[in-house]
Design a protein around this ligand. Structure first.
Ligand code: M6R
Length: 365
């Protein structure tokens, strides 16, 4: 049921404070993360030579968002695989690997075939899914349910943010034997506790995002630049815009800007730059200066209070979001992008819950 909302996508975007709370429920006790589904395999995971994150679409992006903190807290190298590409390349995978399969539905054909492949090669296979009893949940050795609640809109929203939270909790659990990161882990756990409240705050940008959508309604194309923890936010924000608003949109790694994309910059093409306050901030400030120097039409997402730092001459449109601990910032930052995609779609008159040519669960290759 849609309740007070016109569409499932909007309802699911606004459910995120609750879905995140449910996702964390019973898993953060006395400053310790407990993930029952991984307990018996923790020794094997900690000894693995590498962790491989595998998924498609939004689920792949969620894993990409969690990758930096997984590496930082576990000291295990993390590589990324899009399921179809892993199969196309017959990618190397070994029994010393832990392969983490991420899928909202747990029924995506490419992800399940990649799982068969990893099982044949003897890797420990971990599932991260929203669907209890799904094929992914049944065929992996162990795993964690994200408990986001049923997601109806084809565009994944609340499952994305809950997947990130679950993978951050996995990083905390796997890395919990390291004294060197204790203070950092405590800060993240404190951040997780406050996260639903911060998500509630960022949802207040709904009206502002509707106004931004209004100003972009006739555009052909929209670029999003991110890096570090928020490279995934750029990719995922662009995916949301293209899949529901049927507008060309590309997420780009800001570090790659000078290696091609800069040629596209002019005073017409709208570019969203994600420049919230983390350890990539000064690099993003310099990206903004370079884009300004080419008269770029910028919309800058920054942390509350940073507007004058990212846009000293007041020339760009600024979206200010609450600041949270770095590894959780992608959860906050994607929400204005979800709202933007939603409003663009409705204003352009397209079907927001059932975009053309797409299905909720892609069960064919
Ligand atoms: O069910 P899954 O998470 O495995 O689905 C993977 C993708 O098909 C899915 O995330 C798709 O990209 C979303 N509909 C995008 O919003």
């Amino acid at each position: 049921k849609k309740g007070d909302f016109d569409h499932f996508m909007k309802k699911e975007i606004h459910e995120q404070p609750d879905s995140l709370t449910t996702s964390m429920r019973g898993r953060l006790k006395d400053g310790v993360v407990g993930l029952g589904g991984l307990k018996d395999h923790m020794r094997t995971i900690r000894r693995s030579r590498r962790i491989i994150f595998i998924g498609c679409g939004t689920s792949y992006h969620a894993a990409l968002a969690a990758r930096p903190i997984m590496e930082e807290l576990t000291d295990i190298p993390v590589t990324m695989e899009i399921a179809s590409d892993m199969l196309d390349r017959k990618a190397l995978i070994f029994k010393e690997d832990t392969a983490v399969f991420v899928s909202q539905s747990g029924e995506t054909a490419d992800t399940l075939l990649a799982l068969e492949y990893a099982l044949q090669h003897g890797a420990l296979c971990v599932g991260v899914t929203n669907t209890v009893g799904s094929t992914l949940a049944r065929k992996t050795h162990c795993g964690v349910h994200i408990n986001a609640g049923c997601e109806i809109g084809v565009a994944s929203t609340k499952a994305y943010t809950c997947q990130i939270v679950v993978m951050v909790m996995m990083a905390l659990a796997i890395g919990s034997d390291k004294m060197s990161t204790l203070a950092q882990r405590e800060a993240i756990i404190a951040g997780l506790t406050k996260l639903p409240e911060k998500v509630h705050d960022v949802l207040k940008l709904d009206g502002e995002m509707k106004a931004l959508a209004q100003s972009l309604i006739e555009e052909q194309s929209l670029l999003m630049f991110g890096r570090g923890n928020n490279y995934a936010t750029a990719l995922e924000g662009a995916l949301k815009v293209k899949e529901v608003a049927l507008m060309h949109s590309e997420g780009m790694l800001a570090g790659e800007m000078k290696h091609g994309p800069l040629a596209l910059v002019d005073e017409y093409l709208p570019i969203i730059v994600i420049a919230t306050h983390d350890d990539s901030f000064s690099k993003q400030q310099s990206v903004i200066q370079q884009l300004h120097a080419r008269k770029g039409r910028l919309i800058v997402m920054c942390s509350e209070g940073d507007a004058s730092l990212v846009c000293p001459d007041g020339r760009s449109r600024v979206i200010e979001v609450p600041r949270v601990v770095d590894c959780l910032q992608p959860i906050i930052n994607i929400i204005p992008m979800q709202l933007l995609a939603y409003h663009l779609t409705v204003l352009r008159g397209y079907n927001v819950d059932q975009p053309r040519n797409l299905a909720k669960s892609v069960t064919t290759q």
